[in-house]
Write a protein that binds this ligand. Structure first.
Ligand code: SER
Length: 319
């Protein structure tokens, strides 16, 4: 990787991936892009930035040409809960956007990282120790696009030799940019509300287990996978990765260690609860561990401690 383009760079993962990759590859070698325009208050922090709507192949092409890009981290996507509200848009953005990126990668010989998700699994998938290769019959439009995306990326690798790689990310917990429109978002919102108001009303049931990961591990996963010698990779699109599996009650209990009067209430959102119920409880990520040395640094305890410390500074509160 010498010259990198990130799509969806103003989203939850992109906001941190750009600075993470710049530290490693140099500021001028990482181009951030998004369909949104950069808000004035962060314009100085964003670095080299180009406007790209991934549905416009010409726009992608001209940026790839302009900067002689050789690797694309294609993060632009509509997440699970937003997808159920507008399935047509989710299909268009997640499928046509990926197709445009892959076609251009084929032409310009770029490597492509595309995140898949725990959403690529469905109700008929084994819920515990979900294997790398298993039943994938998701029932959300987001999940459908993720399975299709995994297959499309594998196809571009075997048919055209495009160096496609991906991971199935769990819910990502972070403190820079908020996630938007996902089912796992509660695990981020809870921290902001706990610090600001000492209470949170959770939209998922207290015993809903889901895989989760703290942002530093997610960034490490993307980088390590892309830097691995390709001869080691058997699965490519896409590797199960996880760091922790917990339910809302366990997360609340962990937060209470720092904020003893934190109060958790529940007001279940049937749509997001149904999505969460269709996803695994805990993935088996042994293929990623074996093929490219995946190993997370943060568990529930370490993640909670760091989130609270970082958000105390960001929100100017102390617990
Ligand atoms: N965090 C995502 C979502 O909830 C899962 O990929 O939609």
């Amino acid at each position: 990787m010498k010259r990198i383009l990130i799509t969806g760079a103003l989203g939850q993962i992109g906001s941190e991936l750009a600075s993470f990759l710049r530290k490693r590859y140099g500021n001028e070698n990482v181009i951030a892009s998004d369909i949104k325009h950069v808000p004035d208050e962060i314009i100085n922090q964003v670095g080299v930035f180009e406007h790209i709507d991934c549905l416009d192949a010409q726009e992608i092409c001209s940026v790839i040409n302009k900067y002689k890009i050789d690797t694309v981290f294609h993060l632009a996507a509509v997440l699970s809960a937003s997808g159920e509200k507008n399935p047509q848009l989710a299909w268009k953005v997640n499928i046509n956007g990926l197709y445009n990126v892959l076609e251009i990668a084929r032409e310009y010989k770029c490597a492509v990282f595309t995140p898949s998700s725990i959403a690529a699994f469905g109700p008929s998938t084994p819920k515990d120790k979900t294997p790398q290769e298993t039943v994938q019959r998701p029932n959300t439009i987001y999940g459908l696009t993720k399975v299709t995306g995994e297959l499309l990326c594998d196809y571009y690798y075997s048919k055209y030799g495009v160096d496609t790689r991906g991971v199935r990310f769990p819910g990502i917990i972070s403190n820079v940019a908020l996630p938007g429109g996902g089912t796992t978002d509660y695990a981020v919102e809870i921290f902001y509300e706990a610090l600001k108001n000492k209470k949170y009303t959770c939209f998922l049931n207290k015993d809903t287990y889901l895989d989760m990961m703290y942002m530093p591990d997610a960034l490490k996963a993307a980088l390590n996978l892309m830097e691995t010698d390709p001869s080691r990779l058997k699965h490519r699109n896409a590797y199960n990765v996880t760091a922790e599996s917990f339910n809302p009650e366990q997360l609340a209990r962990e937060i209470k260690k720092y904020i003893p009067d934190f109060e958790m209430n529940y007001d279940i959102d049937p749509m997001r609860q149904a999505i969460a119920d269709s996803w695994p409880n805990r993935l088996d990520d042994s293929a990623a561990r074996k093929e490219w040395g995946w190993s997370p640094d943060y568990n529930l305890e370490a993640m909670t401690k760091d989130m609270i410390e970082k958000l105390e500074v960001k929100l100017h509160v102390s617990v």
